[in-house]
Design a protein around this ligand. Structure first.
Ligand SMILES: C=C(O[C@H]1C=CC=C(C(=O)O)[C@@H]1O)C(=O)O
Length: 446
């Protein structure tokens, strides 16, 4: 849908969230405001929730980012925005999820919700958005929120699904490839690297979790928020997860990324400390190589958009409940091109896919992924996040996540960076460590 002559413009109204106007609903924390189909982008009590859908872009192919950007520009043209707060995430806003591959049939989407609740720096706001000519007000925004919450009274969407902490009867089976077949693919990847022409390829696999009772999307998101607080918990339609990796965040003139590559399973070393992880990961030439490829691919693509680009010479150890990662935070001051800063979505287009999820060189790795994985990644490892009318946005890489395919089955994805020194058995174990967040959220892992 595009704003054309004769169609009402996008209208938005942002107002402070008045907890008293919520009719006694306990809005203490964002997790309390999750509703069954809510869009979600939350971390450490900050972020955005979205409810309802009033307009959407869908697209596939190599132009999916550019087409989405054009659609968003069209929606903003003539938009009537009332936004006294004017911080990233207020005013016009869309949530999005993009397919990993330009050849994927999976639809990439940008969706404008009817209502947004935002949390930042201790304040909370509501934005009511319309495209039907109606004029949003502070009252209409609060009434909408009351309505969405009434349909989701803090329980697992009436589906009788799993509640946090409750073990559920579920089984897990291999997806496109069995474990043996996937290890063969990894071995082929190692051989391809040895033959030359590429240095790194990230190979992923899928598993399917099946249940005899419907799963609860709200419970999954709540559990991820509870356990993986350091990650960005995302939910865009059926895609849910908690990613530790940020492809790009734009806040005014500053862009930031968190690049990860290099992994150590914490279950293998229950008593291990960050210092222990630093010595194992930092001391491994294989892990450092994997990481350096990922940092280099991100910084090389970001540099043309920046007047200043900085990242530490040495990665730090990111400690998550399931794994330790080698991590590098990259910061850039964005360059102004003829009075315009690049939007977060324009940067996503330039940066995706990095060597953290594809490989080096990108083209060769991409081709090998298509041959060896025997599956379509869909939205896995694609950009997921949001953008606003000023170009700000936060886009994670959709890792540690899953697609809710129907009420009873969930497809989980995980991958591992393969370099010449990779061992298929160890890479398989690493994928299980990366499945763990979703398995825990589904009640399938102790
Ligand atoms: C491909 C995934 O992780 C990437 C991000 C962090 C560490 C990675 C690694 O050590 O291989 C991967 O590059 C995944 O979680 O599915």
């Amino acid at each position: 849908m595009t704003a054309t002559l004769g169609t009402p413009p996008l209208r938005t109204l942002t107002t402070a969230l008045d907890a008293a106007a919520l009719g006694g609903h306990p809005a203490a924390a964002p997790a309390d405001l999750l509703a069954p189909d809510a869009f979600c982008w939350l971390r450490r009590g900050e972020g955005l929730l979205g409810y309802g859908e009033i307009a959407q872009f869908t697209g596939t192919g190599p132009e999916r980012f550019a087409d989405a950007e054009q659609w968003w520009k069209d929606m903003l043209a003539g938009a009537l925005v009332r936004d006294p707060l004017r911080v990233p995430g207020t005013g016009a806003l869309a949530f999005g999820s993009f397919a990993f591959s330009k050849t994927s049939p999976h639809a990439s989407v940008l969706v404008i919700p009817e209502l947004v609740v935002g949390f930042r720096d201790g304040t909370a706001w509501l934005t009511h958005l319309t495209v039907d000519g109606s004029v949003p007000t502070a009252e209409s925004a609060h009434a909408l929120l009351r309505g969405f919450l009434a349909a989701a009274p803090g329980c697992p969407e009436g589906l009788g699904g799993t509640t946090p902490g409750t073990p559920s009867a579920g089984t897990v089976r291999s997806g496109a490839l069995t474990e043996e077949q996937w290890k063969e693919s990894v071995a082929e990847g190692v051989l391809a690297i040895g033959r030359g022409g590429l240095d790194k390829v990230v190979l992923a696999r899928d598993v399917v979790a099946s249940f005899d009772k419907p799963v609860s999307r709200v419970s999954i998101l709540q559990r991820l928020l509870e356990i993986y607080g350091e990650c960005w918990t995302y939910g865009v339609r059926g895609l849910v997860g908690a990613t530790p990796e940020i492809l790009i965040k734009v806040d005014g003139t500053t862009a930031q990324a968190r690049v990860l590559a290099g992994t150590l399973d914490r279950e293998d070393e229950p008593a291990g400390s960050v210092g222990f992880a630093a010595s194992v990961l930092g001391g491994s030439a294989k892990q450092r190589q994997e990481h350096d490829f990922a940092v280099r691919s991100l910084t090389r693509q970001l540099a043309p958009f920046a007047t200043d680009l900085s990242f530490p010479a040495e990665p730090f150890i990111l400690e998550l409940p399931n794994v330790w990662h080698l991590a590098s935070d990259v910061t850039a001051e964005l360059a102004d091109f003829e009075g315009h800063l690049p939007t977060s979505l324009a940067l996503v287009e330039a940066l995706h896919p990095t060597a953290a999820v594809c490989g080096t060189p990108r083209e060769e790795a991409g081709k090998l992924i298509l041959t060896l994985e025997k599956m379509d990644r869909g939205p896995y490892a694609g950009p997921v996040g949001w953008l606003d009318g000023a170009g700000n946005g936060e886009w994670g890489i959709a890792l540690r996540g899953a697609v809710l395919e129907d009420p009873f089955s969930v497809r989980l994805y995980a991958g591992a960076g393969i370099v010449e020194a990779s061992d298929p058995e160890a890479e398989l174990a690493e994928t299980w460590a990366k499945f763990r967040p979703m398995l825990q959220a589904l009640g399938l892992h102790a």
